[in-house]
Design a protein around this ligand. Structure first.
Ligand SMILES: Nc1ncnc2c1ncn2[C@@H]1O[C@H](COP(=O)(O)OP(=O)(O)OP(=O)(O)O)[C@@H](O)[C@H]1O
Ligand SMILES: O=P(O)(O)OC[C@H]1O[C@H](OP(=O)(O)OP(=O)(O)O)[C@H](O)[C@@H]1O
Ligand SMILES: [Mg+2]
Length: 282
């Protein structure tokens, strides 16, 4: 049985469950379920607080987990990132009231409030800045208004929360985060099952990012057409009954599909169809 930690709350929770469901795993129907066994797939899911997941995986109690890169780094746990999942993308950034401080080098003697005290203390030390760090659980933006800190370091996605709090970003990102799969370094006990799990998630990412494109084109133009649709490896080209024409089948990034269809049409391709990919193993 592969033992997997899944976020039970917050920004990571719903997209993690959706991805696991798309990968063919059973998921809990009730948020009060804490553990779920998917016997068919030989997997046991533990629904845990996102912040705690790296600790469980790092301690070796669970084989792998889904968490945020920022939470993994902040935990200091002995776990490493083995796959990027693309969702819950954010940056950790410093912010302050406009006109107060403009660069990290000016933080000396100030107080920085954050939920990521480990990452921030290290970042300040790396920049040779002596500032105090105050750990808060959330709603960090309000710490400046309430006089707890002059600077905050918090998760920024759209920047709306910062703007609403009358704060502005200072300097470049402390780190760029997204949801990741983590594992204890050197833990090869469940290697085959872990690799199969990762292939399933990879399949979901591919199914979400690509569509299958089919079209007919005259044989003399096939090289030009294939240059527009190179696929992941090599497109399939099959003969058509109508001599001089071929059918081409290739995977295309979903975001480029309409533009490529226009370009193929202009080139002379016809019967251009795209279909969704339900699941994939590359
Ligand atoms: N607005 C957001 N957009 C994208 N990612 C986010 C956002 N807020 C938090 N995250 C990411 O989600 C992960 C989990 O963060 P956290 O545990 O604080 O959950 P949360 O979504 O903020 O919920 P809560 O604070 O209510 O528990 C972190 O990796 C963080 O970078
Ligand atoms: O840049 P934005 O798009 O505004 O998103 C960033 C905000 O989202 C998260 O807050 P959350 O709602 O999780 O509240 P929290 O501070 O209590 O964690 C994060 O802590 C920021 O406050
Ligand atoms: Mg939060």
């Amino acid at each position: 049985m592969l033992r997997i930690a899944v976020p039970n709350k917050g920004s990571l929770s719903e997209p993690s469950a959706a991805m696991l469901h798309e990968a063919g795993y059973r998921q809990r129907k009730d948020r009060r379920e804490l553990v779920l066994i998917d016997a068919d797939n030989q997997v046991e899911f533990f629904y845990l607080r996102p912040r705690d997941i790296a600790v469980y995986v790092g301690s070796g109690r669970l084989d792998i987990g889904i968490t945020g890169r920022d939470l993994l780094l902040d935990s200091g746990a002995r776990a490493e990132e083995i796959m990027r999942l693309g969702f819950a993308a954010s940056t950790l950034r410093y912010a302050a009231r406009p006109g107060t401080v403009t660069d990290v080098s000016e933080f000396g003697g100030l107080t920085v409030a954050t939920s990521f005290a480990g990452v921030v203390a290290k970042h300040l030390a790396d920049n040779a800045v002596e500032a105090s760090v105050v750990h808060l659980d959330g709603a960090v933006e309000t710490a400046i208004q309430l006089g707890v800190a002059e600077v905050i370091a918090d998760v920024v996605e759209t920047g709306t929360t910062l703007r609403n709090a009358g704060l502005e970003i200072i300097g470049s990102p402390i780190l760029e985060s997204e949801a990741v799969v983590i594992r204890r370094p050197g833990d090869t006990a469940q290697e085959t099952k872990v690799q199969q799990f990762l292939r399933r998630l990879q399949g979901v990412l591919v199914a979400r990012r690509y569509v299958m494109m089919d079209y007919d084109i005259s044989a003399e133009l096939v090289d030009k057409a294939v240059a527009l649709t190179p696929g992941l490896e090599s497109p399939t080209v099959s003969p058509l009954h109508d001599k001089g024409w071929v059918a081409v089948r290739s995977m295309v990034p979903v975001q480029d599909a309409q533009r490529i269809m226009d370009e193929l049409y202009d080139l002379g391709a016809r019967a251009i169809l795209t279909t969704g990919i339900h699941a994939a193993r590359l």
